[in-house]
Ligand binder design. Structure first.
Ligand SMILES: Cc1cc2nc3c(=O)[nH]c(=O)nc-3n(C[C@H](O)[C@H](O)[C@H](O)COP(=O)(O)OP(=O)(O)OC[C@H]3O[C@@H](n4cnc5c(N)ncnc54)[C@H](O)[C@@H]3O)c2cc1C
Length: 360
């Protein structure tokens, strides 16, 4: 039986483990922490696309949202109706890990991957160095992947620093807030309610993240409860995701949407694609093209937004405030921008005014 060692019990690793165990592989998932899902470094907001891959379960659902409020630098805003979900990442990760175990995979916690060579992997486990034989290694070990480093395919990575806290104050539980422009240059800031009393408040930035975050927290007010920071990989399109018997999924492969920093669904999708490729013998790098096409569009949108002035953001949010634009954004999950960008342009031709920002 082919042995598969999955490094990392996050969503991408647990999902790959589940699919491959179901397909008859001898799968072991290795996790460096004592427990799956902790520490949390995620807002846990997902679109309905997740339910095409994972069954929606009460045990990890926290909230359902009816709209996103996009706030412009001049404080004007537009509310876009949608239906999105806030999940408890620790519970979600544990649920996926349990599904992998039910499918036949083994889970080994407190195993920190060190190196893979000559068909064997080395771990640190409770102070001891241990080595195990394996046929296939799947790096699902997050943004700073040691599996990628050990295989020599880490490349030169860049990250946004994601800073997030939970904040206690009065929130509208049905709507999440996003702030664009100078409040968070190069990305955006957010407040995603868990309920009417607690929200996950954060931002990501490449530079001076802490200073921007302190200003943002001051603006919103409230009592800070828990800190949940983490790095977010910047997708470049140049990422290598395989070498010999080593494959990277999720954040380990840099497969994250540059518009939002979201990587739960893309990570799970990459695991699904890898699982199919291992079973059919198809090339994983090639099979990723469709997912990567969408990620390239996210990257182009991010680069364009990063050329926006405050005035551009004010205009953009103004232009979005039409029933036609809102309908398109409501109906089309952001995972697949190729399916709705043109529709948006046809519905709101004024968006063409931002074309120079693409080329800039
Ligand atoms: C502040 C913030 C907010 C975010 N909000 C969202 C959001 O709202 N929606 C969304 O879709 N995405 C969000 N993301 C991104 C999302 O969290 C990641 O894309 C997602 O967690 C990637 O899943 P993964 O399984 O690839 O990696 P991870 O979730 O990072 O899992 C990697 C696992 O590998 C383990 N590991 C690491 N190194 C080793 C090692 N050497 N040996 C063994 N195990 C190891 C880790 O302990 C971890 O369990 C956010 C990220 C941040 C930082």
């Amino acid at each position: 039986m082919t042995t598969v060692s999955v490094i990392g019990a996050g969503p991408a690793g647990a999902y790959a483990g589940q699919l491959l165990a179901k397909a008859g592989y001898d799968v072991t998932i290795y996790e460096e922490h004592a427990a799956v899902g902790k520490p949390v470094a995620c807002t846990g907001i997902v679109t309905k696309v997740l339910w095409e891959l994972v069954r929606k379960k009460k045990e990890f659902m926290v909230n359902e949202l009816d709209a996103v409020r996009i706030v412009a630098p001049n404080n004007n805003h537009v509310d876009i109706p949608l239906h999105e979900y806030v999940i408890d990442r620790a519970a979600f990760d544990n649920c996926l890990a349990a599904q992998a175990i039910n499918a036949g995979a083994a889970l080994q916690t407190l195993h920190r991957f060190i190196d893979a060579k000559n068909g064997a992997i080395t771990f640190k486990h409770k102070g001891e160095t241990i080595t195990k034989k394996t046929d296939i290694v799947i790096g699902a070990d997050g943004p700073t992947s040691n599996v990628a480093k050990s295989a020599g395919i880490y490349g030169s990575r860049e990250f946004w620093i994601g800073l997030q806290v939970t904040v206690k104050k009065k929130w509208n539980p049905n709507i999440f807030l996003t702030y664009f422009g100078g409040i968070c240059p190069g990305f955006f800031a957010w407040a995603v309610p868990e309920n009417s009393q607690i929200a996950r408040v954060g931002l990501a930035a490449q530079q001076q993240a802490k200073a921007h975050f302190d200003r943002f927290l001051l603006k919103l007010g409230g009592k800070i409860l828990e800190q949940q920071p983490g790095p977010i990989p910047k997708f470049t399109g140049r990422e290598l995701v395989e070498k010999d018997n080593v494959f990277l999924v999720g954040d380990a492969g840099g497969l994250v949407k540059a518009t939002t920093g979201g990587g739960i669904i893309t990570g799970i999708l990459s695991s699904k694609i890898l699982s199919e490729c291992l079973q059919t013998g198809a090339s994983y790098s090639k099979a990723l093209w469709q997912l990567k096409k969408e990620l390239h569009i996210h990257r182009l949108i991010r680069k364009t937004l990063n050329n926006f002035s405050e005035q551009d953001y004010n205009m953009l949010i103004d232009y979005m405030n039409t029933p036609g634009v809102k309908k398109i954004l409501k109906e089309n999950p952001r995972e697949y921008p190729s399916r709705f960008l043109l529709k948006l342009l046809l519905k709101q031709p004024k968006f063409i005014r931002f074309a120079p920002r693409i080329l800039w």
